[in-house]
Design a protein around this ligand. Structure first.
Ligand code: F6P
Length: 500
């Protein structure tokens, strides 16, 4: 059942004709709202008091989720039913953060390899070559948990742009660098071209490929054909989608960086969120509540974008990672059965670190005519490893700014004399906070966003696990590589390609 066909959708749309959420002040000063619009899971706190809805609509949205039988669908998905119909696949990334994984051959091979290179300490640099889901997750976690990382230095190469790979050649010693070629399909142009350049560089410096390169893929045969020996190939299941794959061997660089204990804590944080997602009733289920707000803002209040602002430099890559996660998963035009969607799915996801963003696009958030629902993410304490005098004060400024912006967005301010200083207010935000940027809480936060994405997809009744939309551009690029005058190209494209 599509969202538009859900009987509760019609009820809510009817009620909305008689409700006005452009001004939030009558709601946000209500003392009771704190208990009814705030949620907690251990030290993770979610505050939706500044969202543009009242208690009645929240209850309707909960009923809407129940009407879709969302809890049953989550159980089916996690138990291995093939919900990715267009690719005839199940969704297996949840099993990668379960304890049972530690008994599998996949885990043992990965752990032995990581332990081996860590104890020998032969490599001063680790370079992950991959793109999209084979890059963004590990890169984001690398930055998020940098202070927990032990040597060696970990670098990421994604783009086909030669600039990055040439920086690696300047910075790294070929005899002391491990390259992880990460490609689920082992057919991604950017990754394979970059890997080829690296293999040539190594050979020029008389370093054998299988000493300095390993592959992570779900197509073992392709990696073997490429020249990798079997023991250097780390497999991921084809049922783990690229953008959900950082928990698999795709996250080898995370494991190397964190070491086993911290890596297991990272998985435990995610597992704790999964258990909540599976077991908690809809009323208090944080990923489902936040997914309902995605739908509420997108489809009922017609807000076509969603902004993510982490108030911690550690999460500087989080908006880019979440952008792939949500927009590749839910940027769909048809439902699970291939019928055209009657109501649009994924909003545009964008964002940047705060407070930096306050000195940039927050002008738009406060006074632009388009409304951007905003997630404000903030650890409540500075990292215990940061010890310069006054660091607490700096961190307090982060917290103060985070709350000040949420208040300003929601409350607004009227200036009857100077319209330039008028703030309409009524701009919704959710504050997500946790104690400290530890592996456990970063794991929990990542799993939260994954589960919001999945729950939203279930409410829209779309397939959040395929990505056919990326294929057409790749096909045309292939054709052009073979023939710049391909008969299907437009005259403008031919002119562009043939200019000197
Ligand atoms: O082009 C999109 C995409 O297929 C993503 O879904 C994926 O994360 C990325 O490319 C990289 O794919 P692979 O891991 O197969 O190289």
């Amino acid at each position: 059942m599509q969202l538009a066909d859900n009987p509760i959708t019609k009820i809510i749309l009817e009620k909305l004709k008689h409700k006005d959420f452009r001004n939030l002040n009558h709601l946000i000063f209500d003392e009771k709202r704190s208990s009814e619009f705030q949620y907690e899971l251990l030290d993770l706190k979610i505050d939706i008091t500044r969202q543009s809805l009242d208690k009645e609509i929240k209850e309707d949205l909960i009923n809407l989720a129940k009407e879709t039988k969302i809890k049953k669908k989550i159980s089916e998905l996690i138990s291995g039913v093939k919900v990715n119909l267009s690719e005839n696949r199940s969704v297996d990334h949840f099993s990668l953060r379960k304890e049972e994984r530690f008994k599998t051959q996949e885990w043992k091979k990965l752990r032995n390899f990581v332990q081996n290179i860590s104890s020998k300490n032969n490599f001063k640099h680790i370079v992950n070559i991959g793109i999209g889901g084979s890059d963004l997750g590990p890169l984001m976690v690398n930055k998020a948990l940098k202070s927990f990382y032990k040597v060696p230095d970990i670098l990421y190469v994604s783009n086909i742009d030669p600039t990055k790979i040439s920086e690696i050649f300047v910075k790294c010693n070929p005899k002391e660098t491990l390259f992880i070629v990460t490609s689920k399909s082992f057919s991604t142009l950017e990754t394979l071209e970059n890997a080829k350049i690296v293999a040539e560089w190594l050979s020029k410096h008389k370093v054998s490929l299988n000493y300095s390169m390993v592959a992570v893929t779900s197509v073992r045969k392709k990696a073997l054909d490429w020249g990798f020996k079997d023991s250097n190939i780390f497999e991921i299941s084809e049922n783990v989608g690229g953008r959900y794959s950082l928990w698999s061997s795709v996250g080898m660089s995370i494991f190397i960086g964190l070491g086993e204990d911290n890596y297991k804590n990272f998985l435990l944080g995610a597992r704790t969120m999964d258990e909540h997602f599976i077991n908690e009733e809809v009323e208090n289920n944080i990923p489902i509540i936040l997914a309902l707000l995605r739908i509420w803002n997108r489809n009922f209040l017609n807000r076509n974008n969603h902004c993510i602002v982490p108030y911690t430099d550690n999460l500087s890559k989080f908006p880019a990672w979440a952008q792939q996660l949500e927009m590749e998963s839910n940027g769909k035009g048809v439902d699970i059965n291939g019928a055209t969607l009657k109501m649009p799915a994924s909003p545009i996801i964008w964002g940047e670190v705060g407070t930096n963003a306050q000195h940039s696009f927050f002008q738009f958030l406060h006074q632009g005519l388009e409304v951007s629902p905003t997630d404000i993410l903030v650890p409540r304490k500075p990292l215990s490893t940061i010890c310069f005098k006054g660091s607490e004060k700096n961190h307090e400024y982060l917290l103060i700014n985070a709350i000040a912006q949420a208040e300003a967005l929601a409350r607004g301010s009227v200036d009857l004399i100077n319209q330039n200083k008028n703030f309409l207010g009524g701009r919704p935000s959710t504050i997500i906070s946790w104690e400290e940027n530890t592996p456990f809480y970063i794991g929990m936060l990542i799993a939260l966003y994954e589960n919001i994405t999945i729950a939203s997809g279930l409410l829209w009744n779309i397939n959040s696990f395929d990505q056919w939309g990326v294929e057409l551009g790749k096909t045309i690029a292939n054709k052009i590589s073979n023939d710049k005058n391909d008969k299907d190209l437009t005259p403008a494209a031919k002119k562009f390609l043939n200019q000197k």
